[in-house]
Design a protein around this ligand. Structure first.
Ligand SMILES: [Zn+2]
Length: 78
């Protein structure tokens, strides 16, 4: 059923396709709390690409929130 699918919670790291916010803990049918983009939109497409985007976006977001720019070590492996 679609309802059970849209109400399931994201247990992994998923970056918002629009702003890069980590959508983990939100529901698939919900909206990004940062930019209000549909969570479902961010779940489509290439997951590996999203993982890369998340890594880069998370580094920027972390720097913005902490007020300092730190270097995010490159992710190794897959
Ligand atoms: Zn967003």
């Amino acid at each position: 059923m679609l309802e059970s699918q849209t109400s399931s919670t994201l247990t992994g790291d998923h970056a918002c396709a629009r702003c890069g916010y980590n959508l983990r803990g939100l529901t698939r049918g919900g909206l990004c709390p940062e930019c209000a983009a549909p969570v479902g939109d961010s779940l489509r497409g290439n997951l590996l690409h999203h993982q890369k985007v998340f890594t880069e976006a998370a580094g920027k977001a972390r720097a913005l929130q902490s007020g300092e720019v730190d270097t995010v070590p490159p992710q190794s492996g897959l």
